[in-house]
Design a protein around this ligand. Structure first.
Ligand code: NDP
Length: 371
């Protein structure tokens, strides 16, 4: 005979309530089973949310951006390969869910889960999670809890872990910058570039910001200056004698940040001060970076690469938390605003079109899916 006292009946009820084998929530996701052109390989897929277990949490995604690396990942041209897996027991094809970054809210937690509760807002603990989906179930270690705040928007939180963190690390980890020192960067209107401008301003560092020329360049110059850019110049001005003299007058930068490559990246390196540090973190122009030997021999400039995913893999959650808390604090105090962004409608065709457009250039800001 089985005897239940009141306490064990309550426990049993909780187990039945929480750990049913099927979930009545349907996940909608943008997935792919092969690499290729995003609009050809991405497809809409709906499946039941995996059930909660004592060790897992369930989250509902609020917003996820489309970053250049996400597009490269779908194309198969990114070193970080996503996990291809059976998302549903009825599937016979293994899929990867698109997207690496986003903000989600915890909607349920298993009884053994500690340090994360219903209502918490979380970001992904690592790249490659698959954030173009409405819900997910996973171990608590898949997520990092954000400090509670009402004054930071979902757009800021959804776009926090890649671009602002990359800017933060590059400004902190390669050379000691003192107040008044200069940094030069290209792709300055990118989300990383906007983050560099704002962090540098908050920390008293001056920036020389290189952007591609365009018909409405004054509007862009104005936008970046509003964010805190000290100087904005175009890539076709970069190699001129006048620019060289101006930069010498302002103060030669100790740090250069390159996400473009090709000719303008070479020109930018020439403006660094002796013993300067030059960090390459992207290759938007898809052209190699060639370097005059004199920069290495006579100016002793050091050239580095930076990859945020590697930093996240080689540092612990506590170190990441310190950085994230500092960034959120700057956001709360109004020193760090939303990136320029446009909303992508959460339907198959608009998202596929947005992903195809993701790396075409001269865009109108970060594309963000709001679920
Ligand atoms: P955004 O989508 O916000 O902006 C893209 C930027 O690239 C814009 O400044 C755009 O300028 C520029 N661009 C696009 N096409 C070209 C081109 N053909 N030649 C020159 N510039 C071009 O980008 P993110 O801020 O998200 O990322 C910027 C770069 O940084 C990407 O290469 C990305 O992969 C890289 N990145 C690297 C990280 C790392 O850990 N290594 C982390 C985060 C980002 P325009 O307006 O002139 O088109």
């Amino acid at each position: 005979m089985v005897f239940f006292n009141t306490k064990s009946t309550i426990i049993l009820n909780r187990i039945i309530r929480a750990y049913t084998t099927t979930s009545n929530i349907t996940v909608d996701a943008l997935v792919y089973s092969n690499y290729g052109k995003p609009s050809e390989v991405l497809k809409w897929h709906s499946y039941p949310l995996p059930a909660l277990t004592p060790e897992t949490v369930q989250v509902k995604f609020l917003a996820s951006p489309i970053n250049p690396a996400d597009v490269n990942q779908v194309q198969g041209a990114y070193p970080l390969k996503p996990p291809f897996q059976l998302l549903n027991e009825k599937d016979d094809i293994k899929y990867a869910v698109g997207g690496n970054e986003g903000v989600a809210q915890v909607i349920a937690t298993g009884d053994k889960v500690k340090g994360i509760k219903v209502g918490d807002q979380v970001i992904m603990a690592k790249a490659g999670y698959g954030t173009w989906r409405t819900y997910a179930t996973g171990p608590a270690s898949d997520f990092q809890v954000l400090p509670m705040t009402d004054s930071v928007s979902n757009i800021q939180l959804a776009t926090l872990s890649v671009n602002p963190c990359t800017a933060y690390r590059m400004l902190k980890d390669f050379v000691k910058l003192n107040k008044g020192d200069y940094v030069i960067q290209n792709g300055a209107n990118s989300a990383v570039g906007q983050s560099v401008i704002q962090l540098a301003k908050a920390w008293g560092i001056k920036t020389i910001n290189v952007v591609r020329n365009r018909p409405d360049i004054d509007a862009l110059r104005n936008e970046l200056e509003q964010l805190g850019a000290t100087h904005v110049i175009t890539d076709d001005e970069l190699g001129s004698f006048e620019t060289k003299s101006l930069i010498k007058e302002w103060g030669q930068p100790k740090l250069g940040l390159n996400c473009v490559g090709g000719k303008s990246a070479t020109e930018m390196a020439r403006h660094l001060s002796a013993n300067g540090q030059y960090v390459t973190y992207g290759a938007m122009a898809r052209a190699p970076l060639s370097l005059p030997a004199s920069l290495l021999i006579f100016k002793n400039i050091s050239f580095h690469g930076f990859w945020m995913s590697r930093w996240t893999d080689t540092h612990n959650m506590e170190e990441r938390k310190i950085m994230i808390d500092e960034l959120i604090d700057l956001m709360k105090r109004g020193h760090f605003v939303e990136p320029k962004w446009t909303q992508v409608e959460w339907k198959e065709e608009p998202v596929k079109a947005a992903v195809d457009q993701g790396i075409q250039g001269y865009g109108s800001g970060k594309q963000v899916i709001l679920f």
